[in-house]
Ligand binder design. Sequence first.
Ligand code: ADP
Length: 528
Amino acid sequence: MTVSETGSASLDIATEDERIAGLVDLVTVADSTTETIPVEAPFDGERIGAIPACGEADVELAVERAREAQRSWAERDIAEREEVLSRFQDLVLDRRKELLDIIQLETGKARRTAFEEVQVVALTAGYYSHRGERFLGREKRKGVMPVLTDVEVNHVPVGVAGLISPWNYPFELALSDALPALLAGNAVVIKPAEQTSFIALKGKQLLEEAGLPADLFQIVTGTGPDIGPTLTETVDYVGFTGSTATGRIVAEQAGRNLKKCSLELGGKNPALVFPDADLDRTVEGMVQGAFSNTGQLCIAIERCYVHEDIFDEFVDRFVAATEELELGATYDFKPGVGSLVSEEQLEKVTAHVEDAKASGATVHVGGEARPDLGPYFFEPTVLTDVDLDMDLCCEETFGPVVSIYPFSTTEEAVEEANDTDYGLNASVWTSDTEFGRDVARRIRAGTVNVNEAYGATYASIDAPMGGMKDSGIGRRHGKEGLLKYTESQNVAVQKGQGMAPPDGVPFWLYAKLTSGALRLFDKVPGLR
Ligand code: ADP
């Protein structure tokens, strides 16, 4: 990697790494925008390029171009739009090496985790490419007056969807939410996280190669507080993924502007381990579920509740498996755990662990930064004796840190799992799957996995995914994740007699006959 030290940034010099060369030209910028934001590789802290610091004028330009392009896109057959997604899936799989390089370069994550992103984007593209007509096609619904009222429902695109995406899964969370929006006939304007814009730009390049019309998919780069408000004001739908704190700001802006929105926010996800769980499988699944993406995953396990009968054995095995994890800053599939994304993230994780240590928590493994591996590496860390006055007990850490707590009854475990403002993801580990299902149904979380940490629900994209409580509003994936980008339009044709009483019929008689008809409709199955 070559790094050129340039004091005065201009857009032309913003492509220092060959893996991202040229991508910056795909950002929508008005002539007046010259400021840039440097981007670094978390593996070594070296500068890899710079992105335009877009402002209001850029967002307005992007939305205007997107709106113009959307009109003819919405008129195309659904099958044509499906074909673009299908070709995009092929391109993502064919170019996976290049995609993995860029994801790792910007995030510092392990290549295995980067592959999860590629997998889910390909899965999402493939899934929706076969369901456009089925989910978006015109529907017949029951009219109020049998035979006389003919009702159809149309799923009309909202127009321009504005998506604000985070740095932790930057390819997946930018693209997987954009694909259903595009399929539904919308244009998309994305504001990626400033640390990870290049992979979103790569996605735009591939979508256009797959046949997406120019201008339909716009990207504006820069900081959230600078761009967010204009984006929210000018688009028709706001989709946000990120922290609960920023989500509240975005939701307030969307509310003030009466914009539809969905928000996928933070989590403090519990795992419940019952005494009959297969411990080999449980420990393996939970270690992966806690430390994947170095714990920077909104659905990662952060709290483990383990039955007291197996508590000591579980802790020993979980610690031993954590010790086996390989950390490393390499562009291959060897290390399972990569770096944290930034100095800010390292500080937050360190602060949680130091606070817990100072207040009497026991660190069984990890607990330290690893500057010998890279500037933001932090060891996978397992703690016990964590209590309520420690920050990491209830606040989202978003790092490679888990706490293990004992429980004695199922009621207690469920109560502990639900004792949080969050409600994103949870897992239940038991050999009795019916019991597991039963416990899962009692947990207030949008996704609950039995004998898996998060993959079973997240990758089953036919089913909706999202948060309860402070973990969000709305859902991605499945039919729900597509129809949210549409307005349901009810068109009814009234034939013959209208809704008013027929001429010459006194209202008392009309009221009597209508009441009788309502009773009849309710009793006859075919008329209900
Ligand atoms: P983090 O704090 O981990 O960076 P955020 O939730 O703040 O996570 O960031 C998620 C996305 O939200 C990023 O693209 C970020 O730039 C954007 N963002 C941050 N602040 C705002 C804001 N005030 N309005 C809109 N978007 C924002």
